[in-house]
Design a protein. Structure first.
Ligand code: GLN
Ligand code: ZN
Length: 762
């Protein structure tokens, strides 16, 4: 029999029960016992619904109260010094996840760093490992949850993040060493857990090594053999499934298939070609887990095609040496399509969320086991849905396609090179040296959120809401003038989210009611779905920009989200290359940019905070991505006259490896995050002799701390050590929407004072 299996399930619950329980607990409205009850119930519900769906290998230990990498660090006793005095259990766990504030007697401790989980929008906590790190069994969570499920009559397949990935994802603290070299010290913890799982009755364990689909250092690959030798020894009669996902194994496939593991999982959605090679190399005693259902997107899969691959594999290996699975954990898709009654039925019929994907997995497994005729009706239904999507006129706009086909290289470039534009901009919009500005948003206060909620629920009329927002813009403009900022913003009060706002104003986007995906901890996002060709219904931001500009003589910056970021933070159609979808968005943004210019807006910012995170997992694929990403930005921005100043903004500062692409964007001004790195990271710009203007953030908006003018001056001096005064802008690190006015006001007053002080000295 071919087993239907799963690699991981969303944790939050259909109504985000976990989020709510966590937030109640953190704000002391409930205790640890209450949180445990909710967590236990969610685990039980999710195990049961997978079992009912026909999943033979139901994962456990995929659940987490915050993050699975943090859980694994805790399991291995990896506690940074600053947390060791805290009691084990929830207190230390959440302290590592969220940090501890300094308060009276209590010393503060910053949380572990957070970073993106491969190329997903999930963020994990980065374990910190010192060269002298001791590893001890810090928790038995994988065993506890296995036993918990067993108590419910379900023999699960516990999931562990493997030792190689754990060490590769960790950050080396201090001296020059590579955490991967510590594997011999780490392994006893894994061996102990495996022995305990086997003793508790586990038949399978899933060891995730997603790092294997990235460019892994040679020494890590060399360690694989000895590591898995020892893991297999400890597992005894329990079988190991080594799971790889988010890409193909490429050159390491043969080495991985030589490891002493019973089964290997391959992501055949991202790497369909690896199947043939795997079939040729798999050992007679081994099984393959075929990741055939896309765990990263929300479309119904092509089940007939998936079944063909599975059948071909079954012919070579025999059906009982196969498992069918999603390509990766289902953590990255929303829970259930069932409740999405607001989506129109045609579009809804094209989609599959986590629960629906379980059914797809089961169906493919059933097809292999019992033949196509046994599932003919379901296959026909699937084919009809795919056909409806393929043939739908809603996914195609001839006009956009015609326009994109006609785009010329000239349209990807500004009329003149930067020095010419700079002169024109100086002339038409004179600014002082070291001009001051902000990144766009001002505080989204309770008042603003409440008004939006009332408007959305129909309790506030459109004209009332509009008047409310306009009053906020007037206040913001007046206040910026008073403080003496040079380039003003309207404040983005009308936007709840920088992607959703544009998606709602573009054709080709759809929105779910409950399509939440975990971003980190209790935080979830609801990405829009791009289902069709993207076109602009009409101007999206022009009225706001014009309204704000009419209030002041100073330039007001038009504020747009860039094509790469809109793409990156959405579920993207899979029936054409991502770069095509990106180009369509770029064209829509281009129209908006030109309209803003026509409306008299002289400075236009196109935010691309997600440009870097779109980088493919393997270096070899970077150049191609960067080429189309840069082109998309240029298409979006190059439609304006020399006099119009194009800004971009990015929320990070590591530019060393992509600085040539950043320069190729040819934005007149780029604002970046740097305040926390004390300007060191500006080095990339200096070394490259970056020619255009740069606004390195001088106010860390992630912290409630208000900087003093002296602190900001010091940062500006640091920047002036590597940039010329003609290049330098003065601005915060990012938008101010998460801050309070009480913090923002004094901080921006200090920022302007610092800029003035430095100007005097120049
Ligand atoms: N303009 C946006 C803001 O100020 C930029 C946010 C971002 O880059 N994440 O909020
Ligand atoms: Zn930002």
């Amino acid at each position: 029999m071919t087993a239907a299996t799963n690699l991981g399930f969303p944790r939050m619950g259909g109504q985000r029960e976990l989020k709510k329980a966590l937030e109640r607990f953190w704000s002391n409205r409930s205790d640890a016992g209450d949180l445990e009850v909710v967590a236990r119930q969610l685990r039980a519900d999710h195990w049961k619904l997978q079992q009912v769906a026909g999943i033979a290998h139901v994962p456990s230990n995929d659940f987490s109260l915050y993050d699975q990498v943090l859980d694994t660090a805790v399991m291995a006793g990896i506690f940074p010094e600053r947390f060791t005095h805290l009691p084990a259990g929830f207190e230390r766990y959440f302290a590592m996840a969220r940090g501890v504030a300094h308060e009276g007697e209590r010393t503060g401790a910053p949380a572990l760093e957070m970073t993106k989980w491969f190329d997903t929008n999930y963020h994990y906590l980065v374990p910190e490992i010192g060269s002298g790190q001791e590893f001890t069994l810090g928790s038995t969570k994988p065993v506890d949850e296995f036993v918990e499920a067993k108590g419910l009559g379900i023999i699960t397949r516990p999931v562990l993040i493997g030792p190689v990935s754990l060490l590769l994802l960790a950050k080396a603290k201090g001296e020059n060493f590579d955490p991967i070299d510590l594997w011999p010290r780490l392994l006893p913890v894994y061996e102990e857990i495996l022995r305990r799982l086997a003793a508790a009755g586990a038949a399978w364990v899933q060891i995730d090594e997603p790092c294997l689909v990235t460019d892994v250092a040679e020494r890590a690959l060399l360690a694989l053999g000895p590591i898995f030798e020892r893991l297999a020894g400890a597992a005894g009669s329990m079988d190991i499934l080594l799971a790889t996902y988010f890409g193909g194994l490429a050159k390491t496939l043969p080495a991985v298939l030589r490891l002493p593991v019973k089964a290997v999982h391959l992501d055949l959605v991202r790497s369909p070609d690896s199947l043939q090679e795997a079939l040729a190399l798999v050992r007679p005693d081994q099984m393959l887990s075929l990741g055939l259902v896309d765990g990263r997107n929300i479309w119904k899969g092509d089940l007939t095609h998936a079944l063909s691959l599975a059948e071909a594999a079954a012919e070579r290996l025999g059906a009982d040496r196969l498992m069918i699975a999603p390509s990766c954990s289902l953590l990255h898709v929303p829970f259930d399509l069932e409740g999405e009654t607001g989506l129109d039925p045609e579009l809804r019929n094209w989609l599959a969320f986590a629960r629906q994907k379980l059914d797809e997995v089961t169906l493919i497994a059933q097809g292999v086991a019992s033949g196509r005729t046994a599932i003919a009706a379901a296959l026909a239904e699937n084919e009809a849905a795919l056909r409806s999507r393929r043939d739908s006129p809603r996914t195609r706009s001839l006009e956009v396609r015609r326009r994109l086909a006609a785009v010329t290289p000239e349209e990807l470039a500004r009329a003149h090179p930067y020095p010419v534009r700079k002169a024109a901009q100086r002339e038409s919009t004179p600014l002082p040296i070291l001009p001051t500005t902000t990144i766009g948003s001002f505080p989204q206060t309770d008042e603003v959120r409440k008004a939006r909620a009332l408007f959305r629920s129909g309790k506030l009329r459109a004209d009332e809401y509009d008047a409310f927002l306009k009053a906020r813009v007037v206040e913001a403009i007046r206040w910026q003038e008073e403080v003496g900022l040079d380039v003003l913003v309207h404040g983005e009060f009308e936007r709840n989210d920088m992607v959703e706002y544009f998606g709602e104003n573009l054709e080709g986007f759809a929105f779910t009611a409950n399509g939440w995906v975990q971003s980190y901890g209790s935080r979830c996002v609801k990405p829009p779905i791009i289902f069709g060709d993207v076109t602009r219904r009409g101007p999206m931001t022009v009225d706001w920009a014009r309204f704000a500009q009419a209030l002041t003589l100073r330039p007001v910056k038009g504020m747009l989200t860039g094509p790469v970021t809109i793409l990156q933070w959405s579920f993207v159609r899979d029936d054409q290359p991502r770069r095509e979808t990106c180009r369509q968005i770029a064209l829509a943004i281009r129209d908006e940019v030109v309209d803003l210019e026509q409306a008299g807006i002289r400075v236009i910012q196109i935010d691309e905070p997600a440009l870097r995170e779109g980088l493919p997992l393997r270096r070899a694929d970077w150049a191609e991505y960067l080429r189309w990403a840069v082109d998309a930005f240029r298409l979006a921005s190059a439609g304006v006259r020399d006099e119009t100043q194009i800004h971009t903004h990015m929320c990070y500062c590591e530019f060393n490896d992509i600085i040539d692409s950043i320069a190729a964007l040819d934005a007149d001004v780029i604002s970046i995050e740097t305040s926390r790195s004390q300007m060191e990271l500006l080095g990339a710009f200096a070394d490259f002799r970056y020619p255009n203007e740069v606004g390195p953030g001088v106010y860390d908006i992630h912290s409630p701390r208000v900087p003093s003018p002296q602190q900001i001056e010091r940062l500006l001096d640091g920047a002036l050590a590597v940039l010329s005064p003609e290049q330098l802008w003065v601005n915060p690190d990012c938008g101010l929407k998460t801050r309070r006015w009480e913090e923002v006001k004094p901080a921006l007053v200090a920022l302007v004072a610092a800029a003035q002080a430095v100007r005097q000295r120049l």
